[in-house]
Each structure stands twice: as structure tokens, then as C-alpha cells.
Design a protein. Structure first.
Length: 357
């Protein structure tokens, strides 16, 4: 049997940030309100495009795997904040990493996007269609934040994470997965004033992000828990078999609810939402990289991951890690110098929202 082994991993964390105290200068909130309700203490703001975020993470992952871009057969980018709709953003990432001739495609499942993309690329490797793939998730969520809406303005951040998949006869990589979409209440997390549904040719202002937090919480916990149970049943896994839980980093309360349902101790749960906020599709990819860097992921570890996003998409995945937990090499390709603070980067968007409001 052919498996899609993870041989490289990398991330792109923008240098500029906005703390809770700083964001209180923009919206009517404070550190205690944000921290107690979300677990977020800070979020990153990118001064480069989504494509560049994805490029940095992908180059880091390629170096980690010890391979060149020319060896890649597929570049699959999970994002709901593409740099361009046409041409797709993945095609620019393909160009930037030197993966000439490789297939390049964007996929949008919002916060579930990385697990959707991981399933897609794994299936292509297992079918013998390709041998090596870059699966990267990159988001510039602060670009779409409506700074006039407190409940959602404090939640989101920017970043990217990537993995390299390679065909292998070693039982590792994505071993079990369950994806789906609950469309009954898709409007509870929705940006209404973008896309061709507008059916009018005129400029739009700040995003009209609809966000019903309580309903999202309930559906997120239910959807991810059911998906995890399904994956463990099919993979014949017990709760004790899970070495690391890497959930979508949307809200600390959601993470804790999933953790409680799966009965997993704190030391086996990867949490970094306090540093980055919700980076949508990129959260699991970044958290996976950091779980390896922090020593949470040991050789041959069993990893359970789950996500829930707009649509309402959901996914759960069982990943078996390989032997190696250290990079073969590192890349010096990184961010250009950022001369502005996080607040300065979003200042124009904040003014536009305030003027509209």
C-alpha cells in the first residue's frame, strides 16, 4: 500500500502583532474581556500577501524535507483569503518555490481547509497520480476584519503553515479522515458583501462579517467531536492511543470542550491561540509545526486533529508521524523587514470601518 508520509514542515509567522491592550485602542474591549471569552492574548498582522506567507512556509517545509521545489508534483493551497482569485494563488506559490510544471490549486473550506487539502493530496499520492506534494495553508484574515464589530474583530490573525507529503511504503501520514459540511446554518459565519452574489458592479466597503458566536460554539464542539469519534472508530483507535490532539485554534473554550469530550490531559493538547488568534485554515498547520518544535510530537506519534469552519465545514484527521522530528535543513527565505507596528498596518482599514459605521 502507498502512504503519504509527512517529511517536511514549516511555518510563516508575521513579525508585527497587536496585543489585547493595543486592540482596545481600536474597538470597545479590554484584555480581560478577550482573554476570558477566547483565550487570545495577541494576534499577528501580515505586511506581505497571502501568496508570500504561503511561499515562506513552503520553502521552510521543503528545506526541512531536504528536497527542491523542482521535485514537487502538486502545490495545494488552503485559503479563504487568496491574493488573487484569477489566477489562483497557488500558481504564484508554485512559481516562487521553483516547482515548475507542478499542478497548482487553491481550495477553500475556511478553517477546515488544511485538513481538506491534506486529504486531497494524500488521496492523489495513494492513487499513484503524484509522488510529492506541498500542502500549505495561508491566511491574511486581518484583511477582512470589520474593526467596527467587537465580537469578531478581536478573533483573527495572519499566518501560514505547510507540510511536504511524499509517497512511501511506511505506514505514516494521514491514516484516517472524516470531512463534511453542515449547510443548515451556513449563514451564522458568513461574509455577505463579497462575491458575485452581490450582482452589482460597485466597490464594497469593510467586510460585513456575520458571526453568531454561541451557535458556532455549539456546532463546532458537536461537529468536531462526532468527526473524531468516527475517525477513531474506523482506525480502531482508543483514546489512550492518541499522543497529541491538535485542534483548530478558534476559541480556547471550544478547545477545552473537545479536550473534555475526548478525555485528554492538558499536556497532550497543542494550544497556541493565545499567541496568534484564529488564523483560519492556517491554525492546524502552524500548530502542527510548533507541536513538533516543542517536542510534543515524538517519532511514530499518533496525532488527532479536528477543525470547524464557515460553510459550515468540519473535519477530523488521524495522522501517524514518521521517524524524523528534526529538519534536514533550514531555509533563510523569510519576511522582508516590517517598518510598521501591527496597529499601523491596520490603521487605514480601521478608519474605513469607523467612517462606515
Amino acid at each position: 500500500m502507498i502512504y503519504a508520509k509527512i517529511t517536511g514542515w514549516g511555518k510563516a509567522i508575521p513579525p508585527a502583532s497587536i496585543s489585547n491592550d493595543e486592540i482596545s485602542n481600536i474597538v470597545d474591549t479590554n484584555d480581560e474581556w478577550i482573554t476570558t471569552r477566547t483565550g487570545i492574548k495577541s494576534r499577528r498582522v501580515s505586511h506581505v500577501s497571502t501568496a508570500e506567507l504561503a511561499t515562506i512556509a513552503s520553502r521552510q517545509a521543503l528545506a526541512c524535507a531536504g528536497i527542491d521545489g523542482k521535485d514537487i508534483d502538486l502545490v495545494l493551497l488552503a485559503t479563504c483569503t487568496p491574493s488573487t482569485m484569477v489566477a489562483n494563488t497557488a500558481s504564484l506559490v508554485q512559481k516562487n518555490i521553483g516547482a515548475s510544471g507542478a499542478a497548482a490549486c487553491d481550495t477553500n473550506a475556511a478553517c477546515s481547509g488544511f485538513l481538506y487539502a491534506l486529504q486531497n493530496a494524500t488521496a492523489q499520492i495513494q492513487a499513484g497520480m503524484i509522488k510529492k506534494a506541498v500542502v500549505v495553508a495561508a491566511e491574511r484574515m486581518t484583511w477582512y476584519v470589520n474593526w467596527a464589530k467587537r465580537d469578531s474583530a478581536v478573533l483573527f490573525g495572519d499566518g501560514a503553515g505547510a507540510v511536504i507529503l511524499e509517497a512511501s511504503d511506511e505506514p505514516s501520514g494521514l491514516m484516517g479522515t472524516k470531512t463534511g459540511c453542515d449547510t443548515e446554518d451556513r449563514d451564522i459565519l458568513h461574509i455577505t458583501n463579497y462575491g458575485t452574489d452581490l450582482n452589482k458592479y460597485e466597490a464594497v466597503g469593510p467586510s460585513d462579517l456575520l458571526f453568531e458566536g454561541r451557535e458556532i460554539f455549539k456546532r463546532a464542539v458537536t461537529g468536531m467531536s462526532i468527526a473524531c469519534d468516527d475517525v477513531m472508530l474506523k482506525a480502531n483507535l482508543n483514546l489512550d492511543d492518541i499522543d497529541v490532539l491538535i485542534p483548530h485554534q478558534a476559541n480556547l473554550r471550544i478547545i477545552q470542550a473537545i479536550q473534555k469530550k475526548l478525555d485528554i490531559e492538558d499536556e497532550r493538547v497543542m494550544v497556541n491561540i493565545n499567541h496568534y488568534g484564529n488564523t483560519s485554515a492556517a491554525t492546524i498547520a502552524i500548530a502542527l509545526c510548533e507541536a513538533v518544535e516543542q517536542g510534543m510530537v515524538k517519532p511514530h506519534a499518533n496525532i488527532m486533529s479536528a477543525a470547524f469552519g464557515a460553510g459550515l465545514t468540519w473535519a477530523a484527521s488521524y495522522i501517524r508521524w514518521g521517524e524524523r522530528v528534526t529538519p534536514i535543513s533550514t531555509s533563510d527565505y523569510t519576511f522582508p523587514e516590517c517598518e510598521k507596528t501591527g496597529l499601523e498596518l491596520v490603521n487605514d482599514a480601521v478608519l474605513a470601518c469607523q467612517n462606515t459605521d
